[in-house]
Design a protein around this ligand. Structure first.
Ligand code: HEM
Length: 316
């Protein structure tokens, strides 16, 4: 990988685009799993507890690295490691979110607003100390509309934003060895489009007869496509459904709303100071307790530990 000028985030985006093609991996592209990495890095944010979110790249360490909800995301982290190794000035947290943005654009989607300044935790201990308890915050595909609203409401998203964000399921697939679910949502899962919404509305979706978890299926041009119970909830729920209809009819509207919502998602938990640098806020400090500066030794046993940018100043 090329070493690019410090602070040149557009050049990093180009580096990400160079590693998107991955023959032998899934549908030949790392794009979908980059988008999922950016989403899961951000989607454990809580507006109420003010913790979680994309700052810190906490998924390099347990418990987030071993959370079954994040199964398979080590592929995305590994595809990006050579870029980080050649450009140690960029934090993992910035790189993961920027990779999602670059992938969406390269796969034909909109340009998502992105800003640098995220910092990395030095160790698993630091991540746990700062982040607190984040388990069970990501959505469960086996559930329904109430669950989706709970999860995304905790992050501060409206019904409209939830439906827009769900359109990312025009990318990638489910893997039996990761989530247990199986298959892609659309015929061309490396092209960002509003196909997901069109298929939800126009196809007859029936329960798949198999020994895996409950999911829906339909066959299009010889390809077996799938929907999760949470995907179907978007057309069953009377408040979600009108947005599915709007996005199915108007790809431009979907792209515009998706770009805004995804831009908001990857900013969750990123609080920049006036130099543009997003410090990691200690949980004790958040709760008004004195800081224990000795409680953060290096370590954590993760292969990705210690390779992040430390204490660098964000270049804007
Ligand atoms: C109700 C909300 C959601 C649920 C229940 C859900 C569930 C899932 C599941 C079960 C998978 C398959 C994982 C695997 O087996 O590898 C998946 C994949 C994926 N999800 Fe979601 N998801 C949700 C929302 C989102 C959002 C908001 C985004 C991004 C904006 C997103 C982007 C993706 C992408 C790109 C993949 C494909 C990953 C790959 O191909 O490796 N999802 N999702």
């Amino acid at each position: 990988m090329a070493t690019v000028k410090e602070g040149d985030f557009n050049a990093i985006k180009e580096e990400v685009k160079k590693v998107l093609k991955q023959p032998g991996y899934d549908d030949g592209s790392a794009g979908p799993v980059f988008v999922r990495l950016a989403w899961h890095a951000s989607g454990n944010y809580s507006l109420v507890e003010h913790n979680g979110g994309s700052n810190g790249a906490g998924m390099r360490f347990p418990p987030e690295s071993v959370d079954p909800a994040n199964a398979g995301l080590h592929h995305a982290i590994s595809f990006l490691l050579p870029i980080q190794a050649a450009n140690s000035w960029i934090s993992h947290a910035d790189l993961w979110t920027l990779a999602g943005v670059a992938a969406i654009e390269a796969m034909g989607g909109p340009t998502v607003p992105w800003q640098p300044g995220r910092t990395d935790y030095d160790s698993g201990e630091a991540a746990s100390e700062h982040r607190g308890e984040l388990a069970d915050r990501l959505p469960d595909g086996a559930k329904g509309a109430d669950h989706i609203r709970d999860v995304f409401g905790r992050m501060g998203f409206s019904d409209q934003e939830i439906v827009a964000l769900s359109g990312a399921h025009s990318l990638g697939r489910c893997h039996p060895d990761r989530s247990g679910f199986d298959g892609p949502w659309v015929v061309n899962p490396t092209r960002f489009s509003n196909q997901y919404f069109k298929l939800l509305l126009t196809r007859k979706w029936t329960p798949r007869k198999w020994d895996g978890p409950f999911q829906y299926e339909t066959i299009v041009a010889g390809t077996r496509l799938m929907m999760l119970p949470t995907d179907m909830a978007l057309i069953e729920d009377p408040k979600f459904r009108p947005w599915v209809e709007k996005y199915a009819a108007d790809q431009g509207l979907f792209f515009k709303d998706f770009a805004l919502a995804f831009g908001k998602l990857i900013e969750l938990g990123v609080e920049r100071d006036d130099t543009g640098f997003a410090k990691l806020v200690n949980k004790a400090a958040r709760e008004g307790k004195p800081l224990d500066k000795t409680a953060m030794p290096n370590g954590g046993g993760c292969p990705f530990a210690g390779t992040g940018a430390k204490g660098r100043e964000a270049k804007l």
